[in-house]
Design a protein around this ligand. Structure first.
Ligand code: SAM
Length: 220
């Protein structure tokens, strides 16, 4: 009975999230809306916060890190215009929720997280949910993916002063990269588009992310 009520509450909260926090704002891509409706965010959340799984805010995932707010996950995904031919590089796996959304819409995802404990937990969840198109790496994503390759799409889910050079070098041409760029306490979500070796930038909105810590990011 309790389990049924929990499930019903989560389903109602998820429907509200889609209607009020995504559709009612500027999330219009049907593929993004569909995958946000299908992906069980509660699976990526610590037990203490499960009842807030579909609230439109970040939540702690341990080690001082957070799972991003659903609206921001949807917005960053929409900016990338993913399709099943795309290879994606993600810096900052966190809980793995954004990874799940990316892997559902793209061909492959390579994801890097600096905390072993988080990437192991994310991989367990994603394996359990049946994802088989994701490569995982524990380490400093600001150095890019270690065996050099280019990616059609890159997403950085932690704040950087600027795009790490090794990462921009791994953006394919044509390619799209989305990242929060700015200071430690507030950033602008930026979309970078590479076409014929020219990089154009678009400001999407103000945002606040935890820091990208590493050789080409902030110091600890
Ligand atoms: N999108 C994730 C989700 O849905 O759960 C949340 C990502 S969280 C806001 C940012 C993550 O970036 C944190 O887990 C943090 O440990 C990680 N991070 C910070 N610096 C990093 C780096 N240099 N390389 C890889 N991951 C890093």
């Amino acid at each position: 009975m309790v389990a049924f009520d929990d499930e019903k509450n989560l389903a109602e909260q998820k429907a509200k999230m889609i209607a009020s926090h995504l559709r009612a704002r500027d999330i219009t891509d049907p593929a993004v809306l569909e995958i946000m409706a299908k992906t069980p965010r509660e699976e990526f959340i610590l037990d203490t916060y499960k009842d807030q799984a579909y609230a439109d805010n970040p939540l702690p995932i341990g080690l001082g890190q957070t799972i991003s707010q659903p609206y921001i996950v949807a917005l960053m995904t929409q900016c990338l215009h993913l399709n099943k031919d795309c290879s994606v590089l993600e810096l900052g796996t966190g809980s793995g929720y954004q990874t799940a959304i990316l892997a559902s819409l793209a061909r492959t995802v390579c994801t890097i997280e600096r905390h072993n404990q988080l990437i192991e937990s994310a991989q367990n969840t994603l394996d359990r949910l049946g994802f088989n198109n994701i490569e995982y790496l524990a380490g400093d994503g600001s150095n890019g993916w270690p065996d050099f390759r280019t990616f059609d799409r890159i997403i950085i889910t932690a704040a950087a002063g600027e795009i790490p050079l090794p990462v921009i070098d791994q953006l394919a041409d044509p390619g799209k990269l989305v990242a929060p760029i700015g200071g430690e306490f507030s950033q602008t979500l930026m979309l970078y588009e590479k076409q014929n070796d020219i990089l154009t930038k678009t400001n999407i909105c103000g945002c606040r992310f935890v820091k990208l810590i590493g050789d080409h990011g902030f110091q600890q």
